[in-house]
Design a protein around this ligand. Structure first.
Ligand code: SAH
Ligand code: SF4
Length: 357
C-alpha cells in the first residue's frame, strides 16, 4: 500500500537526534555544550512543540533550530474508547502518509502506553492483524517517541509504563527502538524508569542476545504463544527459523546475564495451544527461568483464531499456576474497539474502501 501524501516540510525531525547528536551539533554551531541538554529537556521533559517555547535558549539559536528542524507530531486519524474507558486506541498518520496505531490501557492506578515500532510487520503471525499488512517500513526513533508525547499531551498525564507491543517487531528495528527507549527512559529526557519500558519480541533470537550483551536496562518480554514447535511454526512462521528450545536458551542467557525477570506472553488460541497439557508443558519448560507469564485470550474477528471458552481459559490458568511465579490473565480489554494490534488500522482501511465504492 502506497502512502497517500507527503506534504510535510523537508526539514529534519529533531526528535530523531540523540542527546549525543545534539551535543555534536551544538559544538558544530559554536554553542556551549549545555545547550544540548536544554534543548533535550525542552523537547522531552516539557514536551514543547515549538522552538520558540524553549525560552532558556537565545533567540538566535531558536531561530537557527527552527530553520533547520521541525518538531513533529503525529496527525490523529481515528480514536476509539472502549465502553468502560479501559482502553483508548489511536490511529495516527505519519508525515509521509503511512498509518500506525497506539493504545492507552488503564489498569487501576497504572496507565500503560502501547506503542508501535514498525508500519506493519514482516513476521506474519496468523492470529495478528498487523501480520496481515506485511512490513511497509520501519519507524524512526522520533516517530516512536512522538506516539508517547502525543498521548501524554492528550491525557495531560504521563504513562506509568510503556510497552513496545503495538505494530511491528521491535527486534527487527533494533537501533531505532533502543534509541527511542533511551530518550523515554532517560531521567533528563522523558524520564520514565527504564524498567517500566518493556520491549516485546516474537522471538528474534539474535536481538535477544544483543539486548542481553548490551546490558540494556529495559524490560524484556517474549511472545511464546505455544510450547510445541509444530504448532508454533503454524501460527508463528518465525519459529521455523528460531525453534522453541533455542529461544528458551536465549531467554535463560538474558535472565542470567541481567539478573532480571523475563515475561512470557501467551496468547490463548482455541484448538491450537490452550489444553491442560499445553499449560503443564509451559510450566515444565519455563519454571526454572526467572520469569512471569501473561496469559492473553486471543482477540480477533478471524473465525480460525478464537479465544477458548471461559471454562477452558480458567482450567489453563489454574494449571499454569505454579505458585512460585506471577501469572496474570489479561482481561479481554477493548474487545469491542479492536484493541489487538493492527485491528483499528484494518477497520479503517475497510471503511475507506467502502466509502470509495
Ligand atoms: N512483535 C512483537 C510485539 C508486537 S505484538 C511481539 O510479537 O511480541 C504484541 C503482542 O500482541 C504479542 O504478544 C502478540 O502475541 C499479541 N497479539 C497479536 N495479535 C493478537 C490477538 N489477535 N489477540 C491477542 N493478542 C495478540
Ligand atoms: Fe508481528 Fe508481533 Fe504481530 Fe507477530 S504478533 S505479526 S511479530 S506484530
Amino acid at each position: 500500500m502506497k502512502p497517500i501524501e507527503a506534504k510535510e516540510t523537508d526539514k529534519k525531525s529533531i526528535l530523531d537526534l540523540s542527546v549525543d547528536d545534539l551535543r555534536a551539533l551544538m559544538k558544530q554551531w559554536g554553542e556551549p555544550a549545555y545547550r544540548a541538554r536544554q534543548i533535550y529537556e525542552g523537547l522531552y521533559k516539557h514536551g514543547h512543540k515549538s522552538f520558540e517555547a524553549i525560552t532558556n535558549l537565545s533567540k538566535d539559536l531558536r531561530q537557527k533550530l527552527n530553520d533547520t528542524f521541525t518538531i513533529r507530531r503525529l496527525r490523529q486519524v481515528d480514536a476509539v474508547t472502549s465502553a468502560k474507558d479501559e482502553t483508548r486506541k489511536f490511529l495516527w498518520q505519519l508525515h509521509d502518509g503511512y498509518k500506525i496505531e497506539s493504545v492507552i490501557i488503564y489498569e487501576g492506578k497504572r496507565t500503560t502506553f502501547c506503542i508501535s515500532s514498525q508500519v506493519g510487520c514482516p513476521l506474519d503471525c496468523k492470529f495478528c492483524a498487523t501480520g496481515k499488512m506485511g512490513l511497509l517500513r520501519n519507524l524512526t526513533p522520533g516517530e516512536i517517541i512522538e506516539q508517547v508525547l502525543q498521548m501524554s499531551e492528550i491525557i495531560e498525564n504521563r504513562p506509568s509504563n510503556i510497552v513496545y507491543m503495538g505494530m511491528g517487531e521491535p527486534m527487527l528495528n533494533y537501533e531505532a527502538v533502543i534509541a527511542s527507549a533511551r530518550v523515554l527512559g532517560d531521567m533528563e529526557g522523558f524520564g520514565l524508569a527504564p524498567r517500566r519500558i518493556t520491549i516485546s519480541t516474537s522471538g528474534v533470537i539474535p536481538g535477544i542476545y544483543r539486548f542481553a550483551d548490551e546490558e540494556q536496562p529495559f524490560s524484556l518480554a517474549i511472545s511464546l504463544n505455544s510450547v510445541d514447535d509444530e504448532v508454533r511454526k503454524q501460527i508463528m512462521p518465525i519459529s521455523k527459523k528460531y525453534p522453541i528450545e533455542k529461544l528458551l536458551h536465549a531467554a535463560r542467557y538474558y535472565t542470567e546475564k541481567s539478573g532480571r525477570l523475563i515475561t512470557f506472553e501467551y496468547v490463548l488460541l482455541d484448538k491450537f495451544n490452550s489444553t491442560q497439557q499445553d499449560a503443564r508443558k509451559l510450566v515444565k519448560l519455563t519454571h526454572s527461568l526467572k520469569s512471569k507469564i501473561n496469559v492473553i485470550p486471543c482477540n480477533s474477528d478471524d473465525p480460525l483464531y478464537r479465544p477458548p471458552s471461559k471454562e477452558k481459559t480458567a482450567v489453563f490458568r489454574e494449571s499454569v499456576n505454579d505458585r512460585s511465579r506471577r501469572i496474570t490473565l489479561r482481561k479481554r480489554k477493548g474487545w469491542e474497539i479492536q484493541a489487538a494490534c493492527g485491528q483499528l488500522y484494518a477497520e479503517n482501511e475497510k471503511r475507506k474502501k467502502k466509502s470509495k465504492n
